[in-house]
Design a protein around this ligand. Structure first.
Ligand code: SAH
Length: 479
């Protein structure tokens, strides 16, 4: 057993799901943040348990061959990038391993079986400046100046950084404009503990295809009569000088909560939504050539939209390929957001139903169907685990009761059991599960496979380079 404050020398041989380096000594595991596979390190034990310990990196005695120079000077403090110091190739290997391990450990599948159906992970061509969305917390530094940045890992203390290496390059000038305006006009940042102050977060979304930018300031203010932000017009004047500015709004959030966005959005300038275009490709052909199918989507501030547009094209192309549509099929798209997957499927299916919990996203989805002249897609607002069982009870004889394909793309917590049970009752020929957390994916696959489905194909798509997260697409079949 290790003791607190003990100094230990160890070689890092593995990486935890959270991105910490793992070194083994006398059968004990040491978890070392910021150490990467292959490093020989000197560490100080911080917290010792019976079989493992957490330790702090003191010195890299011999750097790993997989170690690279990170672009961001704050990568160690910031909670966003856990593995920026690991070469991108090795990051992909780690993510592939993470998916496989979860399928074995949580899903109960054998290693051999998983290996036999897993296709090579789809990596990014350029793993920097890929994100189209950022939500910067706003705070105050020691000298009382407003700052924007990111939370340090597992805390709510803000590391000032307006130039994130993963985000759009325009974010810096937008944030500086807002911070300058706050300082000049004495507008206070929100204070989480006291519940006082005004500006909580700034949401910036950039459509990479046309360059349209959306800025939404999340504010702690109930009364929105008259001027909402002091000298609002001056702020708008400065923001609209930035090329691409298309929508400026505020979101009202006066709750003491970790939820970033408030439910009410008030538009201050420009359109309420921005538009982005997605091209799907033929994933079977090498290099993912563009096959000519593209759709344009409008996105409002409260709606979910995939954060990595280049990889989204590959992700959706894969989901389409796995769905195996020929033009006649009936499809449910659960957790459909603004209807992106639903509408791509609609082009190749007979009828598509989308389900989504956020009303604004469904409003967007309906607009998007119209915008792209798609008539065979319908959308329902509600929880998948309520809408689907509700539909199943009330519509006996309907063709959508036993669809050809069900697509699910839930948030990290995965699907609710009521949703999975109804899916099993509906007996679709194929289920395409798109997941941003392979642990809950594996948990849900176990239920679906015990219910009679067979896991056919698995493929990772890296949507989140330098973080420990990875997207996975799987195909299940009942045929
Ligand atoms: N398929 C979409 C959205 C995926 S993100 C896309 O690719 O853009 C997951 C979506 O599920 C979000 O839009 C979220 O609002 C929605 N959601 C979360 N919980 C839900 C639930 N219980 N039922 C239905 N939708 C839910």
């Amino acid at each position: 057993m290790f003791e607190k404050n003990e100094i230990v020398e160890v070689t890092i041989t593995d990486c935890s799901t959270e991105g910490e380096g793992i070194g083994k000594k006398d059968g004990f595991a040491l978890f070392v943040k910021d150490a990467v596979i292959g490093d020989r390190v000197k560490v100080k034990v911080l917290k010792a348990k019976k079989t493992y310990a957490y330790a702090r990196l003191e010195e890299i005695i011999e750097p790993s061959p997989y170690r690279v120079e990170p672009k961001c000077p704050y990568h160690r403090q910031c909670g966003g990038c856990q593995i920026q110091a690991l070469s991108y190739e090795k990051q992909l290997e780690f993510k592939q391993q993470k998916i496989t391990n979860n399928l074995i450990r949580i899903g109960g599948f054998s290693q051999e079986f998983v290996d036999s159906i897993t296709e090579p992970i789809v990596g990014m061509e350029e793993p920097y400046h890929y994100r189209n969305k950022a939500q910067y917390p706003i705070g105050t530094d020691k000298n009382g100046k407003p700052i924007a940045g990111f939370y340090a890992g597992r805390t709510h203390s803000i590391i000032a950084n307006t130039d994130c290496a993963l985000g759009a390059r325009e974010n810096k000038i937008i944030l500086e404009t807002i911070l300058n305006h706050m300082e000049k006009n004495g507008i206070p940042a929100y204070d989480e503990e006291a519940g006082t102050g005004l500006i909580r977060h700034v949401l910036i979304r950039t459509a990479f295809t046309g360059g349209q930018i959306m800025v939404c300031l999340v504010i702690n203010k109930k009364n929105t009569k008259g001027e909402i932000i002091k000298n609002q017009n001056a702020l708008i004047e400065s923001l609209i000088k930035i090329q691409g500015m298309h929508s400026i709004s505020v979101s009202i959030n006066t709750e003491k909560t970790n939820v970033i966005m408030g439910k009410q959005i008030i538009n201050l300038w420009g359109e309420e939504r921005i538009e982005d275009t997605i091209h799907v490709r033929d994933m079977k052909k090498e290099g993912y050539p563009f096959t000519g199918e593209e759709l344009t989507f409008s996105i409002s501030p409260l709606s979910f939209y995939q954060v990595n547009p280049k990889q989204t094209e590959k992700l959706y192309s894969l989901a389409l390929e796995y769905a195996g549509l020929t033009g006649k099929e009936s499809v449910w798209d659960l957790y459909c957001g603004i209807g992106t997957i639903s509408l791509f499927m609609a082009g190749k299916a007979g009828k598509v139903y989308g389900v989504e919990i956020v009303p604004q996203a469904i409003e967007d989805a309906r607009k998007n169907a119209e915008r792209n002249s798609i008539k065979n897609a319908e959308f329902f607002v509600g929880k998948a685990e309520e809408v689907l069982p509700g539909f199943y009870e009330k519509n006996s004889g309907d063709e959508m009761l036993h669809p050809d394909v069900i697509v699910v793309d839930p948030p990290r917590k995965g699907c609710d059991e009521a949703c999975l049970t109804t899916m099993l009752k509906m007996e679709p020929k194929r289920i395409v599960y798109v997941s941003c957390d392979s642990a809950t994916l594996a948990r849900d696959l176990k239920i679906l496979c015990e219910g009679g489905y067979e896991l056919k194909r698995v493929r990772g798509v890296d949507q989140f380079g330098h973080s420990v997260h990875v997207e996975t697409v799987v195909l299940l079949s009942h045929e």
